[in-house]
Design a protein around this ligand. Sequence first.
Ligand SMILES: [Zn+2]
Length: 177
Amino acid sequence: MSMDVATGCGVAELVAPRMARVHIGCDRVRAKTARAVVVSCPDCRTAGGVVETLVRQAFGFLHDQLFDDPRLGGGVLGLADFATPEHSVSLRSHIDLLANLHSTPEVILTSHGGCGWCRLHGKVFSCRKAERQFHIEQGIIVARKVRSEMPHRTVHYAYLELDDVSGDATLEPISID
Ligand SMILES: [Zn+2]
């Protein structure tokens, strides 16, 4: 780590890319099916296994149950009526493709508080409670629509809260019935 003269901040050294390897097991490599398609926002705060850990806890995934994880801006709110048609078509095509490809019986749709994609679409909130309420209302609308379009699959919506006081990430499944 070196120091940037202008800002006084540490600057990470650039490291040349190199070959990497991780053992994920033959069962996983050979898998042709997945339990679910899990839609989330590609926010850096929820990367690195955060969404996977929360989904496994909240929905009781067994160790060997895999899921596809399309991550597009806004998570499932990419299908809300304030999203651009192009964005919605792209997200929907990912869900359909993965659900069919891996014969998934479930679709888990998520969105998260403090979402920059939502802010860019004019969604600014006075407080965390109002933000959560908005996400849940929109999430239920979209999840019901997805469920009506794929009645042979179980569709869920869950709200992901990022608490900047406790530092906790919490996934809250919300009934769409
Ligand atoms: Zn986001």
